[in-house]
Design a binder for this molecule. Structure first.
Ligand SMILES: *Cc1c(COP(=O)(O)O)cnc(C)c1O
Length: 234
């Protein structure tokens, strides 16, 4: 299967899931996750209509940036504060903010570049030890603190990585819980808090995530095939 065919197929499934939850196919953004894939493959996806790509490592963005056609980059993986400076002028949105410390560093670097960075708060609703993100209980406080202390940061929504379940149906409650928090803020519109993105759903569970209200899915494997982790040193 070609990258183009895969993208068409994902778009079809995403559209069906969107309609099932009373929305239009175009209401759900497909972010192609390109980690461990080459600029040539990424450009193929862009030629097939992809407008947004997601990477989980700063180093990979740096390595590929100049060889990839114009596109919106999303940082979707855990971000260390000391690496914010490398990507602050390269990415359109950071999905993985889970501390005030990280938000403050993003704020500082954004100010230096005279820009306002869009961020999502990563919520670990399943409270998995192995995952980054804050608990649902901590979410309100972090949102308020960032809004108060980080004028160069705009909180655009929430992100969640559900536990990898053999049956994606089992991830449904974790998505639903994050959607509830999202809805609390969806009506709020200010310079600092302007919710528009609920980033949930990957290859294994994006249909369930969209049915539960996700409007941004991050899909890698179903587009590009399995990742070869031996090429990690890319
Ligand atoms: C790798 C990754 C994805 C995509 O996963 P697939 O299962 O390949 O679709 C999505 N989100 C994050 C944060 C990732 O690191």
């Amino acid at each position: 299967m070609s990258i183009k065919t895969n993208i068409e197929y994902i778009n079809e499934l995403k559209g069906k899931a969107a309609e099932k939850s009373g929305r239009k196919p175009e209401d759900v953004l497909l972010v192609a996750v390109t980690k461990l894939h080459s600029p040539a493959e990424i450009n193929e996806a862009i030629d097939a209509g992809i407008t947004d790509i997601g990477e989980n490592k700063v180093q990979e963005i740096m390595n590929k940036y100049d060889d990839v056609k114009p596109v919106r980059w999303h940082l979707i993986g855990h971000l260390q504060t000391n690496k914010v400076k490398y990507i602050i002028d390269k990415v359109a949105m950071i999905h993985s903010v889970d501390s005030l410390k990280l938000a403050k560093e993003i704020n500082k670097r954004a100010e230096q570049h005279d820009l306002v960075m869009d961020i999502l708060i990563q919520v670990n609703s399943a409270e998995e030890e192995s995952k980054f993100g804050i608990t649902t209980e901590e979410t309100d406080q972090l949102i308020r603190q960032i809004a108060e202390e980080c004028p160069h940061v705009r909180i655009r929504g929430l992100m969640c990585i559900a536990p990898l379940e053999a049956d994606p149906e089992d991830a449904r409650p974790y998505f639903a819980e994050v959607k509830k928090i999202y809805d609390k803020y969806a009506g709020e519109k200010s310079d600092r808090i302007d919710f528009q993105y609920l980033s949930m759903g990957m290859t294994n569970d994006f249909q369930v995530a969209v049915e539960e209200g996700s409007n941004l899915i991050r899909v890698g494997t179903a587009i590009f095939g399995y990742r070869d982790y031996r090429s990690e040193e890319l």
